[in-house]
Design a protein. Sequence first.
Length: 446
Amino acid sequence: MTTPASPCRGDGTRRQWLKAAGTASAGAVALAATAPVRARIRTSARIVIAGSGLGGLAVASRLGALLDGATITIVDAKREHHYQPGFTLVATGVWPVDKVRDTNAAYLPDNVQWVQEMVAGFDPAANVVVTAAGRRIAYDYLVVATGLHLDYAQIAGMDVAAIGTNGLASVYASPQAAAATWSALDAFRAKGGHAVMTLPAGPLKCAGAPLKMTFMVADRLKQAGTLAASKIDFHTGLPADTVFGVKVVNDAVLTRWKTLGVHAHYLSKLVGVDIGARRATFATPEGERSTVDYDFLHVVPPMRAPDVVKASDLAWKEGPFAPGGWLEVDKATLQHRRYPNVFGIGDINGTPRGKTAATVKKSAPVVAGNLAALIAGRPMTETFDGYTSCPLIVREGSAMLIEFDYEGRLTPSLPMIEPLQESYLAWLMKVRMLKPAYVAVLKGRV
Ligand SMILES: Cc1cc2nc3c(=O)[nH]c(=O)nc-3n(C[C@H](O)[C@H](O)[C@H](O)COP(=O)(O)OP(=O)(O)OC[C@H]3O[C@@H](n4cnc5c(N)ncnc54)[C@H](O)[C@@H]3O)c2cc1C
């Protein structure tokens, strides 16, 4: 484990940054304290929430506070709760793995029932979900919060259990995979060599994570004195000069990578890996294949909706979100476009951008508020602008806080943080302030 080394730079001292951070938290608390209070809505509605990750728990907490008398049932077999935004910190040796593991029970609101099974089928025409054990749960309103599926199976030879061995790394799979990724990176940095980083085309949760991993691989090599003797290649399925969906951020990253000596390869999708031989296979859209030997490989899997959503009538049937089977919601109200008693929250939503915990923070009040209005027979007034945010780590002790909306417009929320300028404050937010904020979202407090 390491601690940030001399992180102050630019136009402020460490003390000024800390003061600014304090002002930011105080502002957030003040905002929460002045939020309007409305009488709880009396209802006997039956609400089912599929998924108890960040989105499911955040909406459950908010609905519990807005409604009086509703039966709220969360369906999810998973008992551990993972603070996924911390995975990159575990995978790069900044945090111990314990910091990202918790129990779901700790965050389940008192007035919510928990069915500890997976949803095996959605029948929205009958207003029923069917669990893996065959139990049929009827609802008046449904919130889909299943997150997404990491499709490692699309990469021939990939074995998630082998992460951490033979230079194989992947931050996404689990806390264990993140910790094993750090073992692989820690061993690699001692000698250096050929690092191969990957990024598939298509929607990703925290699309900045593959970029953060690349920056941190370079930084760890630099700290170990092995960067000059190493080569870092970044292969992406995206078109030329594209590694991120927001142009100004993309360009800022590519400029930094040029300085660091990271070589980007475009329209180059990871399709196979020979873990024992440390050899990766890439393909162009035309199907032309090439193989690359590596010492360290960071695998980012393609992502799609879980089968249970993809195969259901709740998925988009046409358009750009249909192939991934994403949930067909209106991007502003987050209400299903064909089943008005169904809403979506979090990574499962078939909307442009918006697969981050920060998205859930801003959209949980929209989903809960609109659902409560629907129950009360009032017009739905809440709208979501696609807010997506990601502290893009550029080295240990420094990050850029990137915030944007559906249109890719930058939407900075803290006046003291310039979006494209790296700072110690943005790093501090990532390592110290965002986890407490995440927990507050789980509890429906912000
Ligand atoms: C490596 C990494 C780095 C990240 N970095 C950041 C960051 O810096 N900033 C940021 O804001 N966000 C970040 N994120 C993204 C953030 O963690 C997710 O966007 C957020 O957790 C989404 O919440 P969710 O509720 O949609 O999905 P999840 O939190 O993944 O929860 C989904 C839940 O649904 C359950 N489920 C799945 N299938 C079913 C089923 N059939 N029936 C019932 N339940 C089911 C699962 O068991 C799980 O509990 C990162 C994510 C990763 C992996």
